[in-house]
Ligand binder design. Structure first.
Ligand code: HEM
Length: 536
């Protein structure tokens, strides 16, 4: 039965086993002993000292003392919801991913929206990127599309991610500011990072202050691969298109809302779902045939570039509906563990150096955030299909494997799991040809940082351009170090001279002319700068 209710219930039923129902039940300790009084501690006499013997007091307080887990190192502030996804048409000509090949199948999903920089208790309306992470509980295992509401990223290589995040997080000496990018360390880092120019245009635009999570686009950012049953691969960019359209608030509204209701986006999502106004997105894909890899003026592996929709239209291939709020924030929204490396047969990676680093980072961070190697057994992270392998033990292990099945090949146990061929649905990595020397350097095709930044700026209406100019003026106006403001003006001048002049005017500064070859990473050391000077 593939009806939405049944399939959603399948996931719900899996979780249901773990739901505690205390209706009509007596209070007990963790070990099942009924408690007759948990409001008074055990004392020596009427006014006497509390006794160490009081196991009821000790258990209650000890558990409380250990309630907190570390918040996510980024994307700490988030809101989640359950839903379903359904593909419109069979996509088997481009991917063998089963959930994209059968319009009759409805796949349960769990989605977490987030801000990036602020801590768990920070305001929803900060000027920031928004996370848009979707876990598809498919019949072939979990597929996570861990994206953002902007189609590009700040940096081209994962090795810079700790620097970026340290710069954007509250400053190390005084832990300020809490949830905004307006501070010296962030702009100092960006001023040395011309590859951020495109992302900065998005971040200073209205996209960074959405009206609602229900009204945001989502993007997988990296170029991924689809692979069909014959092994033929194509490149794919993923998009989420909100059926309510894309809407933002103005900066003054954002600041007012932050003061009056820091939970504004969280409340909006929760209330809409409670009211039955289920938010919907269409899943879009831009497909590029493998032989067209080099036909663009930018590198498909460069995460600071998008594929303009004029060049490759977005095909809408399915719809996601969020229809159920979580029962428990901690158990679901906090403990969910997304990972860009969770793919199913038919979806594969590319060599985008940001994606490659992410493939390491997520499990690594979740090992500490969720307390060890068994966090896949937490109800929200369990797939809807059975898990069979030779892993065992570790902190908080729940599964009880029977018999002598913890290794392979195994000639003793009758119940040891066997490897699956591709025909059996086994994941087989795409057979990409690689024949190269090891090198630690920026790819030669990753050097144009300004063409798409300018493309984005020019795509804005006059009102939007004004908002973007005001945002930069406001943000850089908070920066105390004049040299940082000036370096930023020098960078903006390469995006758009009018924009740089307008921001300089607001800051009471002149625009310094910084030649392209003096901007770190804008021209390869052995190249003619003229070859890297985009039109303006
Ligand atoms: C968390 C997106 C780049 C490391 C997240 C989350 C999203 C996201 C949506 C929140 C997941 C959730 O709601 O639980 C992205 C996107 C990126 C990007 C779209 C670039 C295109 C990176 C890079 C790294 C990284 C380059 C490291 C090399 C992390 C970590 C977390 C995280 C450590 C916390 C995960 C957890 O504790 O569960 N990212 N990220 N991200 N990201 Fe990324």
């Amino acid at each position: 039965d593939t009806s939405p209710i049944k399939q959603d219930n399948d996931k719900t039923a899996k979780l249901e086993v773990f739901v505690a129902d205390s209706t009509g039940k007596k209070l007990t300790t963790n070990h099942g002993v009924k408690i007759n009084d948990d409001q008074n501690s055990l004392k020596a006499g009427d006014r006497g000292a509390t006794l160490l013997e009081d196991f009821i007091l000790r258990e209650k307080i000890t558990h409380f003392d250990h309630e907190r887990i570390p918040e996510r190192v980024v994307h700490a502030r988030g809101s989640g919801a359950h839903g379903v996804f359904k593909v419109y048409e069979d996509m088997s000509d481009i991917t063998r991913a089963a959930f994209l090949c059968d319009p009759g199948v409805e796949t349960p999903v769990f989605v977490r929206f987030s801000t990036v920089a602020g801590s768990r208790g920070s305001t929803d309306l900060a000027r920031d990127v928004r996370g848009f992470a979707v876990k598809f509980y498919t019949q072939e295992g979990n597929f996570d599309l861990v994206g953002n509401n902007m189609p590009v990223f700040f940096i081209q290589d994962a090795v810079k991610f700790p620097d970026l995040v340290h710069a954007v997080k509250p400053e190390p000496d005084n832990e300020m500011p809490q949830a905004a990018s307006a501070h010296d360390t962030f702009w100092d880092f960006i001023s040395f990072m011309p590859e951020s120019a495109h992302m900065i245009m998005w971040l200073m635009s209205d996209r960074a202050i959405p009206r609602s999570y229900r009204m945001m686009e989502g993007f997988g950012v990296h170029t991924f691969r689809f692979v069909n049953a014959s092994g033929v691969a194509s490149f794919v960019k993923f998009h989420w298109k909100p059926l309510l359209g894309v809407h933002s608030v103005a900066w003054d509204e954002a600041q007012n809302i932050s003061g009056k209701d820091p939970d504004f986006h969280r409340r909006d999502l929760w209330d809409a779902i409670e009211a039955g106004a289920f938010p919907e997105w269409e899943l879009g894909v831009q497909i590029v045939a493998e032989e067209d890899e080099f036909k663009f003026g930018f590198d498909l592996l460069d995460p600071t570039k998008l594929i303009p929709e004029e060049l490759v239209p977005v095909q809408r291939i399915g719809k996601m509906t969020l229809n159920r709020n979580p029962d428990n924030f901690f158990a679901e929204t906090e403990q969910v563990a997304f990972h860009v490396g969770h793919v199913v047969p038919g979806i594969d990676f590319t060599n985008d150096p940001l994606l490659q680093g992410r493939l390491f980072s997520y499990t690594d961070t979740q090992l500490i955030r969720l307390g060890g190697p068994n966090f896949h057994e937490i109800p929200i992270n369990r797939p809807v299909v059975p898990v069979n392998n030779n892993q065992r033990d570790g902190y908080m292990r729940q599964t009880i494997n029977r018999g002598k099945t913890s290794y392979g090949p195994n000639g003793i146990a009758a119940n040891d799991p066997q490897q699956a061929t591709a025909a059996d649905g086994g994941f087989v990595s795409y057979n990409e040809r690689i024949d190269a020397k090891k090198i630690r350097a920026r790819s030669r095709s990753f050097f144009d940082h300004f063409s798409q930044a300018r493309l984005f700026f020019n795509s804005q209406s006059d009102a939007e351009k004004n908002h973007l100019t005001d945002a930069l003026s406001f943000e850089l106006g908070k920066v105390k170090t004049v040299a940082v403001r000036e370096r930023m003006l020098g960078l903006l001048n390469h995006v758009d001279k009018g924009l740089a002049a307008a921001v300089a005017y607001a800051l009471g500064l002149h625009v310094p002319v910084i030649p392209l070859e003096e901007l770190n990473g804008s021209v390869p050391a052995d190249a003619d700068p003229a070859d890297y000077s985009p039109e303006q």
